[in-house]
Ligand binder design. Structure first.
Ligand code: CP
Length: 313
């Protein structure tokens, strides 16, 4: 049992059967992390290296814990602590890490396509932990796992993704993933933060927030990416919060048992009101816990390959 590709660079081309397989394997992985002693020998002798050229708390720590719980050897580098600060290219860094025996490289990079580039450069498996505004597949997988765990299914659910779609790699992976699994994906945000043509990915686009929220089963609230806003795409944070922030009143438009999600980190009081973030419908902390289980499943499956793992370069 394994994934058909050597790498996980995005969900755009991952078939529904493989998504189901990852979600199925994450369930026993979650049992392991609930134990008093969270350690199984499954990946003993394997090496996982995390390479993070952008800030991260959840993704980096959860990949490292996932590797450790499966008994892999693990280490990590960041832009500040690696030879990238001396001008080394990402390809040379990756070749160096691969030459030291890494089996899996987990990469976060500000450039869209960086993980794909690495996947074609080294024999080790590459997992995209976020590349620019392109994809963040493990986040979408943990989002799907968490929704399926709560609702028992994905097919037919109405998933409203609200906010800064333009800069969001989470949104792109969520759209590919939830749509492929048969959910109805709705997008809403300021017109300037909705990328043109995004409906071709299979999502319904709304400029009216209230319509997007109407009867939604899940509200996935995206972070306003302050570090990527240099073009004045919305008037200001207070205005954004007034027009698109999810508060208790707006939450009432969704289904009564709607789930509230956020990939984190949150701008409390901007895209999400504190009482919504901490309310009974919020499953934000469960997303974080499930991130470890889903990433354990990915590490497990990527070390058991099909024929496409015979890489040529
Ligand atoms: N959701 C997410 O990618 O969080 P981090 O940036 O903390 O990894």
């Amino acid at each position: 049992m394994g994934l058909s590709e050597k790498d996980l660079v995005g969900l755009q081309h991952v078939p529904a059967e493989e998504i189901n397989q990852i979600l199925d394997i994450a369930t026993p992985m979650k049992e392991i992390i609930k134990r008093q002693i969270r350690k199984v020998p499954t990946l003993r002798g394997r090496t996982v290296v995390t390479v993070f050229y952008e800030a991260s708390t959840r993704t980096r720590v959860s990949f490292e814990l996932a590797a450790k719980y499966l008994s892999a050897d693990t280490t990590g580098i960041t832009a500040a602590t690696s030879s990238m600060s001396k001008g080394e290219s990402i390809r040379d860094t990756a070749r160096t890490i691969a030459a030291m025996g890494a089996d899996i490289v987990v990469l976060r990079h500000p450039m869209a396509g960086a993980a794909e580039l690495l996947a074609h450069t080294i024999k080790a498996s590459v997992i995209n932990a976020g590349d620019g505004a392109h994809e963040h597949p493990s986040q979408a997988l943990l989002d799907m796992f968490t929704v399926k765990e709560k609702k028992g299914r994905l097919k037919g659910l109405r998933i409203a993704i609200i906010g800064d779609i333009l800069h969001s790699r989470v949104a792109r992976s969520d759209i590919w993933g939830f749509h492929r699994m048969g959910a109805e994906v709705r997008l809403a945000g300021p017109a300037t933060l909705l990328p043109p043509g995004v409906e071709k990915m299979g999502a319904r686009v709304y400029t009216n927030l209230e319509e997007a929220l109407e009867g939604a089963d899940v509200i996935n609230i995206l972070r306003i990416q302050l570090e990527r806003q240099n073009r004045g795409l919305f008037p200001g944070l207070r205005e954004y919060s007034r027009l698109f922030g999810i508060n208790k009143e707006r939450l009432k438009l969704a289904a009564p048992d709607a789930l509230v999600m956020h990939p984190g980190p949150m701008n409390r009081g901007v895209e999400i009101a504190p009482e919504v973030a901490d309310g009974i419908q919020s499953i934000i902390n469960e997303q974080v816990t499930n991130g470890v289980a889903v990433r354990m499943a990915l590490l497990y499956l990527l070390t058991r390959g099909g024929s496409k793992h015979e890489i040529t370069c």
